[in-house]
Design a protein around this ligand. Structure first.
Ligand code: CMP
Length: 141
């Protein structure tokens, strides 16, 4: 059964442009509740660890540099069918291919600087949530 939690990150491009509030409002309009949130500036090593699954891909260096270029805002989100719903709401990786009204269509510049991350499976949502949050950070219920 699809899970009720997913991990998102408002990336340094969108956070630095002051779009965090608008993006969170859009996510809340789609029924998501914030269970945990923080703002932090990842080191290159931390960004590389988070995206370790992409190590060796041609864009990995660019991805690590971008994700460690400024503050970002990870959030643990809750709603029914959380992973699939959030991926629909954020839109395609490349904003040129993202549907109207999606976060990336509205706020992303390019495939690399694409405003927001979302977990791609329930398993990765758990792993990614544990990367940023411990039990004490997460609102119960
Ligand atoms: P995200 O959903 O955070 O997951 C992996 C990230 O790698 C993806 O968003 C993009 O930001 C980035 N990415 C994927 N493909 C490319 C690419 N071809 N060039 C640059 N960055 C990419």
């Amino acid at each position: 059964m699809a899970g009720r939690h997913t991990l998102t990150i408002i990336k340094p491009d969108a956070f630095g442009a002051g779009k965090a509030g608008l993006i969170l409002a859009l996510l809340e309009q789609h029924g998501f509740t914030v269970k945990a949130a923080r703002v932090l500036h990842l080191s290159a090593a931390q960004a590389g660890a988070f995206y370790a699954v992409h190590a060796g891909r041609g864009f990995f260096g660019e991805l690590v540099e971008f994700m460690s270029s400024g503050p970002c805002m990870p959030m643990l989100l809750e709603r029914d069918d959380a992973v699939a719903t959030l991926r629909t709401v954020i839109g395609a990786t490349d904003p040129a291919e993202a549907a109207e009204g999606t976060v990336r269509k509205l706020y992303a510049e390019s495939k690399g600087r694409n405003a927001i991350h979302a977990s791609d499976s329930d398993e990765n949502a758990q792993i990614e949530a544990a990367f940023f949050f411990s039990g004490v950070d997460t609102v119960r219920g």
